[in-house]
Design a protein around this ligand. Structure first.
Ligand code: ASP
Length: 337
C-alpha cells in the first residue's frame, strides 16, 4: 500500500512571498504550489494530507501554545500516517524540535521538522530538496525520533541548534553525529538511533516562567537580582567553558542564593559550541555547586529550556526534576562524569 504522511505547515520562510513589508507567509499559497509541482506527484513520493495553521507564523513568534497545538495534532492523527513532516521557520526550529521530543514520549515513527533559508517561490530555493527528502524519510524510514532534516543532514531534534542565518546548511548537532545523511543515497546511521518504543505518551506544556542568562566578563549580577522572584521556576545559565562563572566577588553567589531560597531550578550549560558543562571541574564553578545548581552536561540551551518546561509541566517533585534533568531521557544528553 502507498505510504501516507501528514504535513503540518506552521509557517516560516519556506512558504513566504515578498510583500511590501518584507517576506511574509501567505495563506493557501503553499498547499496550492505543492500540488502543482510535478516532483511531489512522482510515484516514489508518498501521499500526503496537508494541515495549514492559521495564522501562519514567522517562527520568531512561536509560543508554548503553538508547541502544544503541533503536539496535539500529531497525537490526534498518530495512527493515520506513516510519519509526520512539520514545516517550520528556521529561527526557532531547534526549540520546537526539542520541545516535541519531550512532549511525544514513546514515538515509533518519524516526526521530521524542515524549512528553508530561501522561499520556495525563488529559483535558488533550498525548499524543494529539504521538503522532498523529509517526506521520503517520514514515509519510508524507521526512525522513531523527532528530527530536523536540513541541508543534507538528518539530526536529532533535541541535539540541534541553528548555526547560520544565511547558509543553506543552517543546523548542526554539535555533540551528537547525524542520524542520517542524504547524498546520492540516504544513509542512516542505525547505531545512533534511539530504540523504537511501543506506546505514545503525550503531555502538553504549561507556560512556566523560565529565564536564560548568558555569562560574560564584567557581568553585573545586581542587574538580574530583580528577576529572581518566586515565580521564576528555572534559570538556564550559559556558563564559560566547562561550567565556570566569575567568582571575584559575591554578587553571583547572592543571586544564586536567592534563586535557591525561591526554589528556582538553576541549570548550567556551556556557552561553547561543543562539549559539556561539568560542575566541580574548576574552582570557578564552586558558587554554582554551593547554590545546588543542576548540571546540564552537553545539552544545548534549546534542549535545557524545553526539558525544563516538560519536567515542570509533569508536576514532578524537586528530587525527581533534579535527577531527570541530569539524566538522558530522550537522547538529549551524554553524561560526561
Ligand atoms: N524568520 C523566519 C522564521 O523563522 C526564518 C526562516 O524560516 O528561515 O520563520
Amino acid at each position: 500500500m502507498k505510504k501516507k504522511i501528514c504535513i503540518i505547515y506552521t509557517g516560516g520562510t519556506i512558504g513566504m512571498k515578498e510583500t511590501e513589508f518584507g517576506y511574509a507567509p501567505v495563506p493557501g499559497y503553499m498547499e496550492k504550489t505543492l500540488r502543482a509541482i510535478q516532483e511531489f506527484r512522482e510515484p516514489e513520493m508518498p501521499d500526503y494530507d496537508f494541515i495549514e495553521y492559521s495564522p501562519l507564523l514567522d517562527s520568531s513568534n512561536i509560543t508554548v501554545e503553538n508547541w502544544n497545538q503541533i503536539g496535539k495534532d500529531i497525537r490526534e492523527h498518530y495512527c493515520d500516517y506513516n510519519g509526520f513532516v512539520v514545516m517550520h521557520g528556521t529561527d526557532t526550529m531547534a526549540y520546537t524540535a526539542s520541545a516535541l521530543s519531550f512532549m511525544l514520549q514513546g514515538l515509533s515513527k518519524p516526526v521530521i521538522l524542515t524549512g528553508s533559508q530561501i522561499p520556495l517561490c525563488k529559483v535558488r530555493s533550498d525548499a524543494r530538496e529539504n521538503l522532498i527528502t523529509s517526506m521520503i524519510i517520514a514515509a519510508d524510514y524507521n526512525i522513531p525520533e523527532v528530527c530536523i532534516y536540513f541541508g543534507g543532514k538528518l539530526i536529532r531534534g533535541n541535539r540541534s541548534t541553528k548555526v547560520s542565518s544565511d547558509m543553506l546548511i543552517a543546523f548542526d548537532s554539535p555533540n551528537y553525529g547525524p542520524l542520517a545523511e542524504a547524498g546520492v543515497n540516504i544513509s542512516v546511521n542505525q547505531q545512533r538511533m534511539r530504540t523504537e518504543e511501543k506506546e505514545l505518551n503525550f503531555c502538553t506544556f504549561e507556560n512556566n516562567q523560565i529565564a536564560v542568562l548568558k555569562i560574560f566578563p564584567g557581568i553585573q549580577f545586581e542587574i538580574f537580582e530583580n528577576i529572581m522572584t518566586e515565580k521564576l521556576r528555572g534559570i538556564v545559565i550559559e556558563a564559560f567553558g566547562a561550567g565556570n562563572i566569575p567568582q571575584n566577588d559575591d554578587s553571583m553567589l547572592r543571586m544564586l542564593q536567592k534563586a535557591k531560597e525561591n526554589g528556582t531550578y538553576i541549570i548550567v550549560c556551556t556557552q561553547c559550541y561543543k562539549g559539556a558543562a561539568v560542575i566541580g571541574q574548576y574552582e570557578t564553578s564552586k558558587h554554582l555547586a554551593d547554590a545546588g545548581a543542576i548540571c546540564g552536561f552537553d545539552m544545548t540551551v534549546e534542549a535545557a529550556v524545553t526539558k525544563l518546561y516538560y519536567l515542570l509541566s509533569k508536576q514532578y517533585g524537586e528530587k525527581e526534576i533534579r535527577s531527570l534533568m541530569e539524566s538522558d531521557i530522550r537522547g538529549e544528553l551524554t553524561r560526561s562524569i
